[in-house]
Design a protein around this ligand. Structure first.
Ligand code: MEV
Length: 426
């Protein structure tokens, strides 16, 4: 892009035009983005209960992402200023190092059956092992379409747990490849169908039958390296920036108080893409934080280090239960448009984009925190929201925001004061 046609400098109609040309968006997509189309009350009324309205959030499109050699535009739904700009800028730096490399494990979800009142735990374990193949074959018949698409049950694993309340009890894990679905419905249906057979085999009682959000067999991983020279900015040398980012990461690695905030920054990017595609961001959040505590101590989801040639490299891996079929991804028109913007073919491709955005977001936060602090960039954007809250409209918004930043007084009371001065002058 030349200086003149940078995406962030375009008007909204220019951006829509750009998206038509770049990723082939159609009239219905532009209608979804412009607010003329999108989710209707009628559809919303079918989605949840007691529908009484619609709720909108901004959708930004992050630029400069190159993932596994493919350029991607990335829709992000988020109310927080700076996030989309930060992701785009970091993606631009990463592009200088060849872009993100991302991979996923097979889309295997875990479903759990809690078995209570088992007469003999050891006999029950042996019985499940003996019937494993038939149970898996029966599970494969539950969703013939999924099986035809190459998904379906992969394994049955029996775990023995202890609780002070229950004593010893059994949990059966059904490992289920859900292909391009998020998978909750497929897994829960399979669990409920299999449970009576497992009860009969073990003599126990299937209590809970529900998928686990700690989807640690369905991982997405992204790595990137930024050439050292690309890291310097303002008065900061490249070495200072690199070492500062690594020291910031080491803090999160060592301390759960910092790790929670560090990971929150990662989730700023992840949730925004997950939400844009109509996926269940609470499931992704739950999986991410449980995974961050898998060693028994909550820690950073990412890792940053210095490569042998001096470049800065980073890596992020976490469970990524996202789908491109089923649920709101297909029902919500703007979610469909989001998938078209990214031009993804599968849930695994989507997961690779999501995890790359998470890594970019983490880099942006650490780079800012390790150098000038986040308030400088944040305040400029926050000032716009303060200006709007104070009642500014149209061209007043930018003007008022600029004045608030210049005065270093990004506060609603000052914004109102300036607005009333302008009104008095007019
Ligand atoms: C703010 O939304 C996110 C950060 O706090 C993340 C971080 O501290 O790494 C800036």
């Amino acid at each position: 892009m030349t200086e003149k046609n940078k995406y962030y400098q375009m008007s909204l109609p220019e951006r829509w035009h750009n998206l038509r040309g770049n990723v082939g968006l159609q009239d219905e997509d532009i209608a979804a983005l412009s607010g003329e189309g999108g989710l209707t009350l009628e559809t919303a009324n079918q989605m949840i209960e007691n529908v009484s309205g619609l709720y909108s959030l901004p959708l930004g499109v992050a630029q400069h992402f190159v993932i596994n050699g493919v350029e991607r535009l990335v829709p992000m739904v988020i109310e927080e200023p700076s996030v989309v700009a930060a992701a785009s800028y970091m993606a631009k730096l990463v592009k200088l190092g060849g872009g993100f490399t991302a991979e996923t494990t097979p889309p295997e979800m875990i479903g759990q059956i809690q078995l209570l009142d088992v007469p003999d735990i050891r006999v029950a374990k042996r019985a499940i092992a003996a019937h494993k193949d038939t149970l898996l074959a029966e599970a494969a018949e539950i969703d013939p379409i999924l099986t035809k698409l190459g998904g379906g049950p992969r394994d049955l694993i029996v775990r023995e747990l202890y609780s002070d309340t229950l004593g010893d009890f059994l949990v059966v894990h059904l490992i289920y490849d859900v292909r391009d679905a998020m998978g909750a419905n497929a897994v829960n249906t399979a669990l409920e169908t299999l449970s009576p057979r497992i009860e009969a085999i073990t003599g126990g009682r299937a209590h809970l039958r529900i998928l686990s959000n700690l989807a640690d067999r369905r991982l997405a991983k992204a790595t990137c390296c930024i050439p050292l020279a690309a890291l310097s900015f303002r008065d900061f040398t490249a070495q200072e920036v690199r070492d500062g980012i690594i020291a910031a990461w080491a803090f999160a690695e060592a301390d759960p108080y910092r790790a929670a905030t560090h990971n929150k920054g990662i989730m700023n990017g992840i949730d925004a893409v997950v939400l844009a595609t109509g996926n269940d961001w609470r499931a992704v959040e739950a999986g991410a934080h449980a995974y961050a505590a898998r060693s028994g101590r909550y820690t950073s989801l990412s890792r940053w280090w210095q490569a042998e040639n001096g470049d800065l490299c980073g890596e992020l891996a976490l469970p990524m239960a996202v789908g491109t079929v089923g649920g709101a991804t297909r029902v919500h028109p703007t979610a469909r448009t989001s998938l078209r913007i990214m031009q993804v073919e599968s849930a695994q491709e989507l997961a690779q984009i999501v995890v790359s955005v998470g890594l970019a977001q983490n880099l942006a936060a650490l780079r800012a925190l390790a150098t000038e602090g986040i308030q400088r960039g944040h305040m400029a954007l926050h000032a716009r929201q303060v200006a709007i809250s104070a009642g500014a409209a149209g061209a007043q918004i930018e003007r008022l925001a600029a004045q608030l930043v210049q005065e270093r007084a990004v506060r609603i009371d000052r914004a109102r004061e300036i607005l009333s001065q302008w009104q008095a002058q007019a």
